[in-house]
Design a protein around this ligand. Structure first.
Ligand SMILES: Cc1cc2nc3c(=O)[nH]c(=O)nc-3n(C[C@H](O)[C@H](O)[C@H](O)COP(=O)(O)OP(=O)(O)OC[C@H]3O[C@@H](n4cnc5c(N)ncnc54)[C@H](O)[C@@H]3O)c2cc1C
Length: 380
């Protein structure tokens, strides 16, 4: 902390930057920013401040794989068996409306959105899982009836797309696309500024609700607002245990430019492994299920065993002219909530949380942001 940060706030600072706001949103990822934009659209004369402890939001929104996806067949079947068919259908519908909202907010060319189509791939030893998906395709496709002329999934049998090896079967997910999460978030930030939404970089330490508002204790200053929204996803547990969100770290590797023919978004093993092309590079990530407990962490570490595992996975499954050469590696933190469907939770008369998006935040984030803004709007 600098000397300046420790100095007592001036009258001018208190009057401008630190003035009371109608709504303060903590967390400047996809959920926080889309909630701010939706709220400001309905209440243009109300003041909104986004607080994030980092100038580039540091959680999941700029560290994910950029799949604009509805989920793979094994993932949806697993959702059905763990949460029931209604919840699985609801998640699909949230993902669909969230993607629509995102595409309305950020022009496709600005976030490099490409409707590539996606795939779930299976190895020979996954024969049983593949067969189970194929026999359930009519039921799965019926979950997504309003998808237009394209079904949710199409069996491609043994027609595995080029650029892959050691996979035997494939199911296509024709609605999927890919995007550039960094450009997406940068555009949302610009839109927030244009809409008159303030953004400040402080960490929230604590908050106290009272009859007329909420007092916030930040790193070095204090603030007050009429309503508080926590959009802190995988870090929420440090502020409250009411939201019941557990952090989950995910590791990603990106190769140097390759001659690979891989094109599109790919899922393997209920989405625990995911890979895609970024131009001629390949991104591969996941495998947190191998160390589930250890990876339930909000620390941005890069466990060497997971990095090595993903590199081996890449060499075993991608057709490459030379071994997979890692150029970028990072981790991101997502938040896993108590139920499959993330919901806006009321933590107090003036406090809400929109958290727990799991690995679906690109798809669902804008919908959850919109729902949070509507709920707070009902109290205005
Ligand atoms: C590696 C990885 C790959 C993924 N791939 C995909 C994908 O391909 N498709 C998909 O749909 N989803 C994917 N996800 C999930 C998706 O990225 C997240 O669900 C989504 O970004 C969550 O957005 P958010 O706004 O809720 O949280 P975040 O983006 O994590 O934002 C939370 C923000 O809160 C701030 N914050 C936290 N605590 C405080 C505090 N006390 N004070 C101030 N600020 C605070 C943080 O700095 C952070 O910027 C992936 C996630 C990861 C980690």
């Amino acid at each position: 902390m600098t000397k300046h940060m420790l100095a007592a706030s001036s009258f001018w600072e208190k009057n401008a930057f630190l003035r009371q706001r109608d709504l303060i949103i903590v967390g400047g990822g996809i959920v926080g920013m889309t909630a701010a934009l939706a709220f400001k659209r309905s209440f243009s004369n109300r003041s909104v401040l986004i607080l994030d402890r980092h100038p580039i939001p540091l959680g999941a929104s700029t560290r994910n794989a950029g799949f604009a996806c509805l989920g793979s067949p094994t993932e949806v079947l697993s959702n059905i068996s763990s949460a029931g068919i209604d919840q699985a259908r609801r998640v699909l519908s949230l993902r669909r409306s969230g993607l629509r909202r995102l595409l309305d907010l950020v022009p496709q060319q600005i976030m490099d959105y490409v409707h590539t189509g996606g795939y779930e791939v299976f190895r020979a030893e996954d024969h049983h899982a593949y067969q189970q998906c194929v026999s359930n395709l009519p039921m799965l496709n019926a979950l997504y009836e309003r998808g237009g002329h394209l079904p949710l999934y199409q069996d491609l049998s043994t027609q595995v797309p080029p650029g892959l090896k050691n996979f035997k079967y494939c199911i296509a997910a024709p609605h999927e696309g890919m995007l550039h999460p960094g450009k997406m978030i940068a555009h949302l930030q610009r839109r927030c500024v244009e809409a008159g939404i303030d953004i400040l970089h402080f960490g929230l330490k604590d908050y106290q609700e009272h009859a007329s508002g909420v007092d916030l204790t930040l790193d070095s200053v204090e603030l007050t607002c009429a309503h508080l929204l926590l959009a802190t996803n995988g870090f929420t547990h440090a502020l409250t245990d009411q939201a019941e969100v557990v952090p989950a770290r995910n590791v990603v590797l990106v190769s140097t430019a390759t001659q690979s023919q891989l094109k599109g978004t790919f899922h393997y093993h209920q989405g625990y492994y995911y890979f895609r092309n970024i131009g001629s590079r390949i991104l591969v990530g996941g495998a947190r299920h191998l160390h589930r407990e250890r990876e339930s962490s909000d620390q941005f570490l890069l466990p060497p065993d997971l990095l090595a595992h993903l590199e081996t996975f890449a060499n075993q499954h991608f057709v490459l002219q030379r071994p997979f050469e890692v150029e970028h590696r990072w981790s991101g933190i997502m938040g896993i909530g108590p139920s499959l469907c993330p919901e806006v939770k009321k933590l107090g008369p003036r406090i809400h949380a929109a958290v727990g998006l799991g690995g679906m935040g690109i798809a669902i984030g804008s919908e959850l942001g919109h729902q949070a803004a509507s709920k707070i709007g009902e109290l205005i």
